[in-house]
Design a protein around this ligand. Structure first.
Ligand SMILES: [Zn+2]
Ligand SMILES: [Zn+2]
Length: 274
């Protein structure tokens, strides 16, 4: 019902997968014909992708310039707890400058870069309907950088941060759902869409102070079907992590309902939000 936009899109994607994977070489044939009619463009900046650009593949439609911008710090050291960048020899097992005052219920944060410049533009663009190709490309890029670590986490279920039913009615498109679906395909792990729901209407986090963000997110999430998460490591998906208050609240609810561990993946991390 309210998720019909997302699920129709997902059904279409699966049907396309099944139809085109049945005949070897069919996808290449189709895409080369299509590229001739309408040359593919970068889903972030719109630059036409050259015919021999190795940025062109069926999953990640980003030009090399955008890829380089998005991944500037993707493989640089980051805080193990919160994903903020740290110096090369800093031991961040107990947190960093950004998170040392926080007690998070999640363990690790995987992200591409900082919420700034073109990455910020991409995150904002991803909030609007029709941005699925961009979100899928971003998910693929994060996968390229964090596949080994994510596979080592032994993820049992992927759970996107949900939106309140009223928000869902107003805007069916929800970036975390699309990202979760993409990482589900990478990890070959199911996505638990009806696992977590948001039971309280919350004020927009962006307008609140750090302390108010925590209060705003207190006891917001409810877990359905706890048997599906019992004893599992959950990959919690959001588009951006600011103070960590939302992810913390969701992780608390999941752990209280029996999850063994919660790790977080986002496109970007906001730092310096005190
Ligand atoms: Zn681009
Ligand atoms: Zn930290």
């Amino acid at each position: 019902m309210a998720n019909s936009g997302v699920s129709n899109w997902r059904r279409l994607l699966r049907a396309w997968d099944v139809a085109t994977s049945a005949i070897p070489g069919f996808r290449t044939f189709l895409s080369s014909g299509w590229n001739f009619v309408l040359p593919p463009a970068c889903v972030a900046c719109g630059t036409e992708l050259g015919p021999h650009s190795h940025a062109i593949n069926s999953v990640c439609l980003l030009c090399l310039a955008c890829r380089q911008e998005f991944t500037k710090i993707a493989d640089k050291p980051s805080c193990l707890r919160c994903g903020a960048p740290v110096g090369p020899y800093v031991n961040s097992e107990n947190g960093c400058q950004e998170c040392s005052r926080d007690r998070f219920a999640f363990k690790n944060v995987y992200r591409l870069g900082l919420y700034d410049g073109v990455l910020r533009d991409a995150v904002l663009k991803g909030k609007y309907p029709g941005s699925e190709p961009l979100l899928m490309s971003m998910a693929q890029l994060i996968w390229e950088y964090h596949a080994d670590s994510l596979q080592n986490e032994n993820i049992g279920l992927i759970v996107p941060i949900p939106q309140h039913w009223w928000q869902r009615l107003r805007r069916q498109h929800h970036a975390p759902d699309v990202l979760a679906e993409a990482w589900g395909r990478c990890l070959q792990v199911p996505v638990g869409l009806p696992i977590l729901s948001k039971r309280k209407w919350t004020r927009k986090q962006a307008h609140l102070s750090r302390a108010d963000r925590k209060k705003n997110q207190l006891d917001v999430f409810r877990v359905h079907r706890p048997l599906r998460i019992a004893g599992k490591t959950i990959l919690l998906v959001d588009d951006v992590l600011t103070t960590g208050a939302t992810a913390d609240s969701a992780a608390r609810a999941l752990k209280a309902a029996g999850a063994k561990k919660v790790v977080v993946v986002v496109m970007a991390r906001v730092v310096g939000h005190h």
